[in-house]
Design a protein around this ligand. Structure first.
Ligand code: IMP
Ligand code: MG
Length: 426
């Protein structure tokens, strides 16, 4: 396996948690490199359901090292809650390491996220309101507070005081909302620092040491390609880079150290939050997929918008991320449909567009060009190998792979760890 980057090829929620968990078995180390608790992973192991937001799903294997890299933003209260809930269920978190350089989410980031969304009115992004965007803004503005600063009492007090002064002025004067109280932030954050300091380390050293020894590492992306700050449907994106290149930056390794990139795609498409979505289905098929797939957010509980597989997006994700393989999840959700469709291009006025456009104005006028394939009625949730799948399901996968331009290495046919078919050597 060596070093593998696993990313989402759509708008997040592709089922990366399950594939990460599956691949983690062969890894010595699992690394999260961007995003924060806007992400949500559901992992099912022997009928036990784990919902993780910040901690890599690899934590469920007790012998693996789990890393939260510098590219991640950390809400300490959420992290501590997650640590506690794992410990309460008998899962040790002793093998978790958190980057000294990861930025910390503070209460004013939540308030700013909320205030910015409110002020945008019907142009709102539909963020998770977890303070993610404002925390990355502070990082870029060079006023953020990192884990290394959080655990240094004097440094933290100084940085917090400065930030509270500026943020309160923004919150009250620009957004006409309430500010935060310095002391009321300082005290809980001091206790968070006490709890978390034992996990804080220079993780780039730890990761590179494993690479030097020839160990297997899985870099686990959060969100998806179309939520990428550079390559996604801007401005309806998250504030980090969920694409594969960010694995290097957010973990502190060089590009020469990455062996393979795998992109996870649902057998259909979903999106939460606002923004254009060409293959969206506002009909009974969309409702069927939403129900069968349980398409409600792990983090916010919001219903996800559902639609057909978009091959234009698939091709785009293959190019932007340099994908070697696709992992197709939730194929079982499409069982029972008479016909299934794959979008192969977009019709824009009199033209056919084959590459994903930068202009949202243009994208919102795009009408999908569909290829229709016969569906399958069989229950495929106990299929163990490719040959166990109905011929129509296999034909569907073949077309998805051809249209996107990458071979399929993994197929998910249910939410459990065992409901996974492997079709290539990874
Ligand atoms: P933010 O990341 O909270 O700033 O939200 C920005 C956009 O990204 C919104 O449309 C969110 O719904 C979306 N988003 C953020 N994280 C996830 C995720 O893990 N899955 C799906 N959508 C996400
Ligand atoms: Mg999710």
């Amino acid at each position: 396996m060596s070093t593998v980057v696993l990313i989402g090829t759509q708008w997040g929620d592709e089922g990366k948690g399950k594939i990460t968990d599956f691949l983690a078995e062969r890894a010595d180390m699992i690394v999260r490199y961007q995003g924060g608790n806007n992400a949500g992973h559901t992992v099912v192991v022997e009928d036990k359901v784990y919902k993780l937001h910040l901690i890599p799903s690899g934590i469920l294997y007790q012998d693996k090292t789990c890393i939260i890299g510098s590219g991640v933003v950390i809400d300490p209260a959420v992290l501590i809650k997650e640590l506690k809930s794992l410990e309460d269920r008998g899962i040790s978190t002793a093998n978790l390491k958190i980057s000294q350089r990861a930025h910390v989410i503070l209460p004013y980031h939540h308030l700013l996220d909320q205030a910015e969304e409110k002020s945008k009115g019907n142009k709102k992004i539909g963020t998770t309101i977890r303070g993610i965007g404002p925390t990355y803004m502070d990082k870029s503005a060079r006023v953020g507070i990192r884990m290394i600063d959080l655990i240094d009492q004097t440094e933290f007090e100084y940085l917090l005081k400065e930030n509270v002064r500026v943020k309160n002025s923004m919150l009250t004067r620009v957004y006409n909302s309430e500010g935060v109280n310095y002391q009321a932030v300082l005290e809980p954050y001091r206790s968070y620092a006490e709890i978390l300091k034992k996990y804080v380390a220079d993780v780039s050293i730890i990761v590179n040491r494993v690479i030097e020894k020839g160990g297997n590492i899985l870099f686990e992306g959060a969100q998806g390609t179309l939520l990428d700050l550079d390559h996604g449907t801007y401005p309806y994106v998250t504030s980090s880079n969920p694409t594969s290149g960010a694995a290097c930056i957010g973990a502190g390794v060089g590009p020469t150290k990455i062996d393979r990139v795998i992109g996870v795609a649902k057998a259909y498409t979903t999106r939460v939050g606002e923004g254009p979505f060409p293959t969206e289905l506002n009909d009974e098929v969309g409702a069927y997929i939403q129900n069968q797939g349980g398409e409600f957010g792990t983090t916010t509980g919001r219903p996800r918008r559902c639609g057909w597989f978009d091959g234009v997006i698939g091709r785009y994700a293959v190019r932007i991320n340099g994908l070697n393989y696709l992992a197709i999840t939730k194929l079982d959700v499409l069982s029972g449909l008479e016909k299934v469709k794959i979008c192969t291009g977009y019709r824009y006025r009199d033209d056919i567009i084959e590459e994903f456009p930068a202009s949202l104005k243009l994208l919102s006028e795009c009408v999908p060009v569909y290829e229709e394939l016969p569906g399958w009625q069989e229950d495929i949730t106990s299929a163990e190998k490719l040959e166990d799948l109905p011929v129509n399901a296999r034909k569907y996968l073949d077309r998805v792979s051809e249209v996107a331009g990458a071979p399929v290495a993994i197929i998910g046919v249910g939410s459990k760890r065992a409901q996974t078919i492997v079709t290539a050597e990874i």
